[in-house]
Design a protein around this ligand. Structure first.
Ligand code: CA
Length: 380
């Protein structure tokens, strides 16, 4: 803004002094035309209409941009299926039929397997690590490289925090209890679950309650206490397990068509980027706040006792995760390259966490969790 004002003043004074300066007048004219231009964009998402936090965040983001740009940029938001099917939103942005989309990078695993590192991988990083990798490390740079061939620019925009391990109709005391278990668990988590002897099932959120209640499913993961309680999953299965080893801090994404992005004036680009960063923080705060309230409700009103996966089950799932990721890396050099960068950053942040958050939580947690964290610390 200051720079623009400065340019305007310089041009005005040169006009007054010399009477005419065609070049400067033309440039200012072009800049003013761009300033007066209104950008009407369309944005699609992968979420159902009114889906709390997820779609709410997208609507909020669009309003923020309109306010910050003083109405110069207006974004019309469409939920999944309203303009294009939810899982075609990335293609719509890539092809330029819409300018923006919101979803999660692991939905595009079929197209870009390495993109899964930009949302969540089993036993990956939490929100703290993901945000540090994107904004402080090279995560965002690598992400931009991955989407470049699709003419798409990505931004982190939301994080679910650590998800829950899911609802089970029986207790998981050992790995044997997973054998043959039909569980809705998508993506790489599903591949690990299959290696552990389980039977991963793909199913959309709207079908989960009925499938679990009727026994078509033995178990399902969804998000966290808030979204799980809204689906009524506590009425369909008794045991609610922690932690969500398969989704420890799922990052959501804003994707922008690169041609449209390049056509935006610099100040509107900065507004979009800033609104995405603010929404990233807002959604994460919403998940955390709503989850803690819902957990309390599940425990106090619905008598749900949270169960913890036994340490040896988690250790096995972790070693199976290493196998799955190594297999994926062997199939795809790009996956191998991103996996290496992810592991490198994660190793460093784990070492830092071992003397910061882990020790703090171990000192400050309830006895049960302290026990678990102590075991993990001893293994490091
Ligand atoms: Ca999930």
């Amino acid at each position: 803004m200051l720079k623009t004002l400065g340019l305007g003043l310089v041009v005005m004074s040169s006009f007054l002094l010399s009477g005419c300066n065609d070049k400067a007048s033309d440039d200012t004219g072009a800049a003013n035309t761009q300033k007066q231009q209104t950008y009407q964009w369309k944005m699609v998402s992968t979420w159902p209409p009114n889906f709390p936090v997820f779609q709410d965040g997208v609507e909020r983001f669009a309003k923020d941009i309109e306010t910050m740009s003083d109405g110069r940029m207006k974004i019309q938001v469409f939920a999944g299926g309203q303009l294009v099917p939810a899982l075609q939103s990335f293609d719509a942005v890539s092809q330029g039929s819409v300018q923006m989309g919101h979803g999660a990078a692991y939905y595009w695993a079929g197209k870009v397997p390495a993109a899964q590192f930009m949302s969540a991988v089993p036993f990956g990083m939490t929100a703290k690590g993901m945000n540090a990798w994107f904004y402080g490390g090279d995560g965002l740079k690598l992400w931009r490289e991955l989407y470049e061939p699709f003419n798409v620019v990505p931004f982190p925009m939301g994080n679910s925090g650590v998800q829950m391990g899911g609802w089970f109709n029986k207790k998981i005391n050992s790995l044997d209890d997973i054998k043959g278990l039909k569980m809705r668990i998508p993506g790489l988590g599903g591949k690990v679950f299959a290696k552990a002897g389980g039977n991963p099932v793909l199913m959309s959120g709207g079908e989960l309650y009925t499938a679990l209640e009727r026994g078509t499913l033995d178990a399902t993961e969804w998000v966290g206490p808030y979204h799980d309680e809204r689906l009524g999953l506590h009425r369909a299965a008794k045991y609610y397990y922690a932690p969500g080893w398969h989704e420890p801090g799922t990052t959501l994404e804003l994707v922008v068509n690169k041609t449209a992005w390049d056509g935006l004036p610099k100040d509107l680009q900065k507004i979009v980027e800033t609104a995405a960063t603010a929404t990233n923080q807002w959604m994460y705060a919403q998940f955390e706040t709503l989850n803690l309230g819902a957990l309390q409700k599940l425990q106090q009103e619905h008598n749900i006792e949270v169960q913890y996966f036994p340490s040896d089950v988690l250790a096995k799932l972790k070693s199976l995760t290493d196998e799955v990721l190594a297999e994926e890396a062997a199939k795809d050099p790009e996956f191998a390259r991103i996996y290496k960068a992810f592991q490198e950053f994660r190793g460093r942040i784990d070492a830092w966490s071992a003397v910061s958050e882990n020790v703090y939580h171990a000192a400050n947690s309830k006895p049960l969790v302290t026990q678990e964290v102590k075991q993990i610390l001893q293994q490091q």
